[in-house]
Design a protein around this ligand. Structure first.
Ligand code: GLP
Length: 242
């Protein structure tokens, strides 16, 4: 039974009831008594089980949704949030990665266009000064929740216009997509603009990955900066093995 797993409310404890319920749920999520991805019973059932009003249940759940410990899926109920387990060693695109986990990917454009390489891009992509690159900057979402800010620069002879990119950059690149990458990871504090783009509360930590992607031909085809929100990802690696 849910109440037995999560614990009962204690009569006479100071503070509002919804806070007590919020704390109980929070502790159960922390202790993994409620598993990532698990559905919560409907609000009406929780109210009956805890002998509290639906308003109390709703307020407790609202607090945990704001704290990203719970997620509401429209028409489907409330679930314990499940961070994306990401193996940064694989070469899947954001779209493939999310679809492979049963999530629905989407993006919103921040900027896109074609311009002259910066010295940094020229070095990363092995281009001569004055060459053209196509730049894309997107906020990436999973099930409508912002997950990352990604900026990519692609040599313009490979991608002449960012307008050609629909839902997936790698799908657009086709045979020219990266098959090998060199990347650098570091933890960062998100700045105010990044916090606003991701629509989260600050201060917040993120994981910054800078990648140079090489196509099967050996040519550098993508220079990317991906900023993943710190509370959205668990990094999983397998090392060694036989
Ligand atoms: C991953 C990579 C990015 C790449 C993106 C392409 O997130 N880290 O460097 O730009 O995939 O994803 P999509 O094909 O969904 O646009």
């Amino acid at each position: 039974m849910f109440v037995e797993r999560v614990g009962r409310l204690i009569a006479g404890e100071p503070g509002p009831l919804y806070r007590q319920l919020e704390r109980k749920l929070c502790d159960a999520i922390d202790a993994r008594i409620l598993a990532p991805g698990e559905a919560l019973p409907p609000e009406r059932d929780l109210a009956a089980a805890y002998h509290v009003s639906r308003v109390t249940v709703r307020k407790a759940i609202d607090g945990l949704v704001d704290a990203r410990l719970l997620t509401r899926r429209r028409g489907a109920g409330t679930y314990v949030a499940a961070p994306i387990e990401k193996n940064f060693a694989n070469l899947s695109s954001f779209t493939e990665d999310m679809e492979g986990r049963g999530r629905t990917p989407s993006s919103s454009w921040i900027t896109r266009g074609t311009g002259i390489v910066t010295p940094e891009e020229a070095l990363a992509l092995g281009l001569s000064p004055g060459s053209a690159v196509t730049r894309l900057s997107r906020v990436r979402h999973a099930d409508g929740i912002s997950m990352a800010i990604e900026q990519s620069s692609i040599p313009a002879d490979i991608l002449p216009s960012a307008d050609a990119v629909g839902a997936s950059l790698y799908a657009t690149l086709g045979a020219a997509r990266p098959v090998r990458v060199l990347q650098r990871l570091r933890a960062v504090l998100l700045d105010a603009e990044e916090i606003a783009l991701l629509g989260i509360d600050g201060p917040a930590a993120g994981l910054l990955i800078e990648r140079r992607g090489f196509a099967a031909s050996g040519r550098a085809v993508e220079f990317a900066r991906s900023l993943y929100r710190g509370d959205g990802y668990d990094i999983v690696s397998e090392l060694g093995g036989s």
